[in-house]
Design a protein around this ligand. Structure first.
Ligand code: FES
Length: 173
């Protein structure tokens, strides 16, 4: 696999445009509280995370308490409650990937991105680097998923090259 990565497709939207899209998402789901999870998924695609004030609006629109919506959002690892970088790099640290030295890959990626200890998102909001459990692609271990694109047979050098490729692509825009 090549060390390239697709960038998130959605262009930056203004706050009123995003709010209009949230309303459209709610309408598409009939403002049905039973559709809370798919609604939150689509709202997250819009913002790349779930802002607390938007969750409160979703709650009111669905006739649910903000605490209920926040509780659901915080329960599922899929949902992000803080802003993520423009590019999200997920390194699998499940058993198959771990035994094939996933941690040195993580360290190489974090170093190339310039993350400090405890930091998961770069100061320029370009990258978020996180670990995840088994991605179900153990045959490709060690695995990295970058902006939903799967990269198997990763090494520390390939991880660093992946970051370089994203930077080069961004610089060419
Ligand atoms: S352990 Fe990494 S894909 Fe399964």
């Amino acid at each position: 696999m090549t060390a390239t990565c697709t960038s998130p497709a959605a262009p930056a939207a203004t706050a009123p445009e995003r709010f209009a899209r949230v309303c459209a998402i709610l309408d598409q789901h009939g403002r049905d509280p039973a559709r809370l999870i798919p609604i939150l998924q689509e709202v997250q695609e819009e913002y790349r995370f779930l802002p607390r004030e938007v969750m409160a609006y979703v709650a009111t629109s669905l006739g649910l308490s903000p605490a209920k919506v926040y509780g659901v959002a915080s329960f599922y690892a899929h949902f992000a409650l803080v802003p993520k970088g423009r590019h999200v790099i997920k390194l699998c640290d499940g058993t198959a990937c771990h035994v094939k030295d996933s941690i040195p890959i993580l360290e190489a990626i974090r170093k190339r991105v310039g993350l400090k200890d405890g930091q998961v998102t770069s100061d320029d909001m370009q990258f978020t680097v996180e670990t995840v459990s088994c991605l179900g692609a153990c045959g490709l271990a060690p695995v990295v998923v970058c902006d939903e694109e799967v990269h198997g047979g990763m090494t520390p050098a390939k991880g660093a090259a992946l970051v370089d490729a994203i930077r080069a692509k961004e610089a060419a825009k």
